[in-house]
Write a protein that binds this ligand. Sequence first.
Ligand SMILES: [Fe+2]
Ligand SMILES: [Fe+2]
Length: 307
Amino acid sequence: MDLEARFERTIASEQRVEPRDWMPEGYRKTLVRQIAQHAHSEIIGMQPEGNWITRAPSLRRKAILLAKVQDEAGHGLYLYAATETLGADRADLTEKLITGRQKYSSIFNYPTPSYADVGVIGWLVDGAAICNQVPLCRTSYGPYARAMIRICKEESFHQRQGYELLLTMMAGTDAQRAMVQESVDRFWWPALMMFGPPDAESTNSEQSLAWRIKRDTNDELRQKFVDMTVPQAEKLGVTLPDPELRWNAERGHHDFGQPDWDEFWQVVKGNGPAGAQRLAHRRKAHEDGEWVREAARVHSEKKRGVE
Ligand SMILES: [Fe+2]
Ligand SMILES: [Fe+2]
């Protein structure tokens, strides 16, 4: 009881909960689930753009894209390390990912058939990730909050490089402008889905807000993203594919339409256009890495034998 009171006091006074502290089992489980899902998203998220590394149109674009995709691998690693401070086992989490028992962000189950997708993902997908992740720098669990500070700095570079690529394409030929618009049309609604279901249907939200794991609701974050993105779209000269999108002076925010939530749930379940492909690729990469894990095991056994 005393431990629980101390935990509640830590949360209420905006202090961080650290790995050595007592915490309710539900809090620990919620964090492991959320951080693992986040880590899986970073790792799976390397695929849609990684697809373009060998075909980047210039050395400069290739260097930028390589750096971005490597950052995502780093994000995955910090986050898996954060789950380990909660007693989770990384091999077990990977197993759960590749057998479909743990999820990752629905956005990465959409294909990237055009090079403009690299720019649009940076602009919209990393942009939405920033809206989701900046509040997590103040999340109540210390190791997660600290990992997010560095991740957010890198996400901001990701967003910039995407927007800069799109500005360049929009200043190019009609065909390039059409490529950008076509990609925006495909990614706009999936980007809005990244904030999760509407608050009324979001099952985990309330407790996560009380524990200050989450700081804002899904709908608040979605609104923030739309308000931030509309002027950027105007400057870019692209049209966001939502006939209901307009400024509401009374609310001081943009009104906008709802994504197709049936599609969202289908994609979350792994039935998205590239879902099976993403998971198969991750599974193969894991199997191909077996010799590295084996070598590490043998090495550490040898070392233990010597001591
Ligand atoms: Fe990331
Ligand atoms: Fe990113």
